[in-house]
Design a protein around this ligand. Sequence first.
Ligand code: SF4
Ligand code: SF4
Length: 89
Amino acid sequence: MSSKESRFRLLKHEGVKGTFIICPGLCKGCGLCLERCPHDVIDWSEELGIYGTPRAAPARMDDCIACGICQLVCPDSAILIQKKQKKKA
Ligand code: SF4
Ligand code: SF4
């Protein structure tokens, strides 16, 4: 894998309410998403980010409500939340 591919790879984590997508190559480990998640879903990955800092990872996707707060607060646009559509009756 080239360093460019590695920098922009996306990791997808499926949850009940939505999908949490993170680009590890953009995470600088500021911790804002961990602080602001209302359900304590996000934790530090065992894998370091590209800056040699800890990087965020969703550790408890069963608790994720796909509110999108983590996406909004991330200063580096490292997170994308795709909320699942409710099925029409
Ligand atoms: S979408 Fe909401 S609940 Fe899910 S990880 Fe982000 S801040 Fe937490
Ligand atoms: S807010 Fe963004 S840059 Fe900061 S730890 Fe979370 S994903 Fe990484």
